[in-house]
Design a protein around this ligand. Sequence first.
Ligand SMILES: [Zn+2]
Length: 635
Amino acid sequence: MSKCVVVDTTKSPWARLRPVPVNTVKLRDSFWMKRIEVLRKVTIPTQYEKLEETGRIENFRKVARGDKDIIWRIADDSDVYKWVEAAAFTLAYEYDPSIERMLEEVVEAISSAQDEDGYLFTYYAYDRGSRWSDLMRMHELYCAGHLFQAAIAYYRATGRDKLLNTAIRLADHIADVFGPDRRSGAPGHPEIEMALVEMYRQTGREKYLELAEFFLDQRGKGLLGGDIVLIDHKPFRELDSMVGHAVRAIYLCCGATDIYLETGDESLYSTLERLWRSMMKRMYITGGVGSRYHGEAFGEDYELPNVRAYAETCAAVANVMWNWRMLMATGEARFTDVIETVIYNGALSGISLDGKRYFYVNPLADRGGHRREEWFSCACCPPNIARLLASLPGYFYSTNSEGIWIHFYTSSTSSIELNGRMIGLIQETRYPWEGRVKLEVNPEKSDMFSLFIRIPEWCEEVKIIVEGKEFKRRILPGTYLKIEKDWDYGDTVEVFMSIKPMLMISHPHVLGNTDRVAIRRGPIVYCLEHVDNPGFDVWNIIVPPDVQLREDFRPELLNGVVMVRGRAFVIDSKVWKSKLYLPLRNMPLEFSEVEFRAIPYYAWANREPGPMIVWLRSLMPKIPPERTRACRLSS
Ligand SMILES: [Zn+2]
């Protein structure tokens, strides 16, 4: 089977772009190849063990054999489903008999737990009377959605329809229970909406699309108590800002975008556009979203605390999923820019470099107490980051009738189907560490089409050379550059993007970042961690705005990263003694000068614990003239 795509917009009438299967791309020695190898060798097997250890897979077997001792934690069937989806993408990318065996075992367990009428949710297996009685809290529809996505991925990866048939029976059962002339009901946690649209795409059964629209339109009717956290305070089309539980809100937007892609409903698209613009005022520089602990929710515009950033890993994954759908709908690079920011920062921080520990919460500053864990009682994040990474090869390219769209850069060899012909495409690059990308285009025979080359929004200088000649038209960052020509085998395009570290500042209304800067280099956001800066407290640093940033690739460090260094000052916080506040005139004005070392944010907390910070104090305090001598900056 070769058609394991992530979101199948191939036939969606309102899609501008079509997906490519996850096995289109073969990663070569590159940033992502290392991650995907760790995923296959470590993450997928260790998560399988955790799912067994914690009884999550056993729950399905218990139902099949009539054992009533079901261990229930919130939504734990879905953890198994998300793992199946991740394992299926992994298998589609590269065959691995041990993953295939694990998958078969789990698929057998899941399918065997299905009731005769199609119902499948382990906790209510023996309690028919309670089924569908508490859609707000019990996550039955949410779990069903994850089963649909898992079943589709497994089918697309292996061609085996066992789990897909299970999913179809459950979807039909749900369609028998809910609908305009049946029961009303809004899922407490959205997810089934996008999954039903994918079921429609997979099976062609229109009732699944109709059911997805039905569930979307159930919101705002008070079925969930009108709760804003559950996004039930208004009908979807009347929402004017991103509010509520971040994962719920973004999954709902994924479903709405999927419905738009199939129906062309403009009222949905205008809502989505409004919500996306709202989210851009509520997103961390890492792409993390959902800043509030309370309700795991979006805050107000610019409410982006650093230490108390919630920024759940699942919300980052959801952010990628939604922006991907918006990209499929529009072909606009602003969505790809968000995806790139998230995958290199706020999502990737969710998993350790060794592939077996996870963050649920992703703060942007910490005193050293926040560490990744092997598992959680509410284990949504580990299999969610796994399914994102496993499906990532499916995100690098898209096509449309005009040509091939290159979204992301990584050393790879690909074979892409375009209008019935196969086009070979080789990328040679050390991205994200270096900005030079050499593309080799290998059509079967001379072929006229376009390459759409993404120029990242952060890229201030770019040069493109096609077949040895510099491309003369103006190139705008944050767009796709279209190169239309008759391509011959071996034609090359070279893209030179300047990647150098730069200081970023926040909108002034992000109060926690007042007078602070963050270091970004290409798509990667940096942080300072104590272990690289043992001589001082990284929270006390003052980075001059004109700091000279130096960079060097360190192959031995954190699986190979570019470290950024510079000279800065450190304020002596001992002057405060036990006090929290001091008169301004007592401000300490003697600073020690230090060299600081910054590492990519995604890689923090992989060594010994200690303070970490992304947003660094930058502007020097106002100094009375008579005291300037004491703090003259020396270099
Ligand atoms: Zn989560």
